[in-house]
Design a binder for this molecule. Structure first.
Ligand SMILES: [Fe+2]
Length: 445
């Protein structure tokens, strides 16, 4: 196969995988559930269904293929910037059958276009970028739809096997790993489908620090609650404390006290699993926990260094385990399971530092605001990232069990408001190396 044929095959497979998942998420419930708004934070599922088709038409058929709009009158309905999620149920949206038919028609034409596509020339086509962007976009909406499923009230609609139990060495893992100080390469200029905010690659000097070996678990988080963490303003930022009071936060979203902590997960309520990473906490809660534990959230640069930097070669890897794409043996991704794997899982996916589960399982809140890298250039449109840069958004890294591998890289940056809890987010904590402390020897590491 030529390089173009290889790429064409990969693009077709990624587009098909995204559509299969969209179909699963939108056929698991009935029509009434598709058009209903399950939370003011989310769109009705039928909006996502037509929106992914509309974006595919816009970018692939119109921008790349130069075709005329199929239904120009619907463009404003599915423009995420014109209508906030809370308003979307009141719009004259396509019915589920119409939305499916539209998506099917767009996809058929896109596959015809793909047959003839040459992956050079205009930048949108370079290495299949626009096709990769659309596959990632649909998978990102699939994750959003998965969050809508989690918010939906009613009998379970989705099933998946449980993750494997923790490996034998999980209980013996050190609490934290050491990441040596010095410069490393952050971001990427070579990953073909990386989005504008991940670019360009640039050196960042990160002093030595310690990072939790695994994400913070339910058991550890329950200790914070039991110790009165939600009632002690010392652990909270001023904004966080105000939000905690106003929103009456007292435990992660979907947790309930019934003589023990139970958690609702995709329609099933069961006792929390102690060694599972905590999920559905907002940035303020993660930050308060870290302070209670005498630690702090890692910066985004620290997180990426822990996930990519290889001290043996001095270079940054694509993933913690190396440069190969994610596989089921190294990370919990792609909705293969409907929950994070126990802390300490995936030894084969560990970073050189020894940290595990940096990719997959839970999105990890960092202490950093969402800001452009030096040399940032908006591409292919300002609304992808640039309009969100600023102190109101915090960066999350690593991806969750609900993220597809096509959208998951060690350079990938997610962002959200510090109050958001419906996303599949947890965290791990860090600490600086005290000035009086010598760096650990190789053996201690
Ligand atoms: Fe979108």
């Amino acid at each position: 196969m030529t390089e173009d044929e290889n790429l064409r095959t990969r693009i077709a497979a990624e587009l098909a995988a995204a559509r299969d998942r969209t179909t699963l998420l939108t056929t698991a419930v009935d029509e009434a559930d598709l058009v209903k708004q399950h939370s003011p934070l989310m769109s009705p599922l039928v909006w996502d269904l037509a929106h992914v088709a509309n974006q595919e038409e816009l970018w692939l058929l119109r921008e790349v293929g130069g075709r005329d709009p199929m239904h120009p009158e619907i463009d404003p309905l599915y423009d995420a910037f014109e209508h906030p999620r809370a308003e979307r149920p009141k719009l004259p949206l396509m019915a589920p059958g119409e939305a499916r038919g539209y998506g099917h028609e767009v996809r058929g034409r896109v596959l015809d276009l793909l047959e003839q596509a040459r992956f050079e020339g205009p930048r949108l086509l370079d290495e299949g970028f626009a096709f990769g962007m659309i596959a990632q976009h649909e998978q990102q909406h699939d994750e959003t739809m998965l969050a809508t499923h989690q918010l939906r009230v009613g009998p379970p609609a989705l099933t998946a096997p449980l993750p494997d139990p923790a490996p034998a060495d999980a209980a013996r893992l050190p609490r934290e790993v050491f990441v040596p100080g010095g410069a490393f390469t952050m971001g990427t200029s070579t990953e073909p489908w990386a989005l504008d905010n991940e670019r360009p690659a640039h050196p960042v000097d990160v002093p030595s620090f310690y990072l939790d070996t695994t994400p913070v678990t339910n058991a550890a988080y329950a200790e914070f609650i039991a110790d009165g963490g939600y009632d002690d303003p010392r652990w909270w930022t001023a904004d966080g404390w105000e939000h905690r009071q106003r929103a009456e936060l007292s435990a992660p979203l979907f947790w309930q006290w019934e003589g023990e902590w139970v958690r609702q997960s995709f329609g099933v309520t069961a006792p929390i699993i102690p060694n599972e990473p905590v999920l559905h906490v907002c940035w303020y809660e993660a930050d308060a926990y870290a302070r209670w534990a005498g630690r702090r959230l890692p910066t985004e640069a620290e997180w990426e260094k822990a996930a990519r930097y290889d001290p043996a070669t001095g270079r940054s890897r694509r993933y913690p385990w190396g440069d190969s794409d994610p596989s089921p043996g190294v990370a919990n991704l792609g909705q293969r399971h409907l929950r994070p794997a126990p802390g300490g899982s995936y030894p084969d996916g560990a970073a050189p530092s020894g940290a595990r589960q940096l990719i997959g399982d839970v999105w990890e809140w960092t202490s950093s605001d969402f800001l452009p890298y030096p040399g940032f250039v908006a591409w292919p449109y300002k609304e992808y990232s640039e309009v969100f840069f600023g102190p109101e958004y915090k960066v999350l890294r690593g991806g969750s069990f609900g993220v597809s591998p096509v959208v998951c890289r060690s350079t990938f940056r997610n962002w959200d408001y510090p109050i958001r809890r419906q996303i599949f987010a947890g965290f791990r904590t860090a600490r600086s190396v005290p000035e009086t402390e010598a760096a650990p020897t190789a053996r201690e590491r």
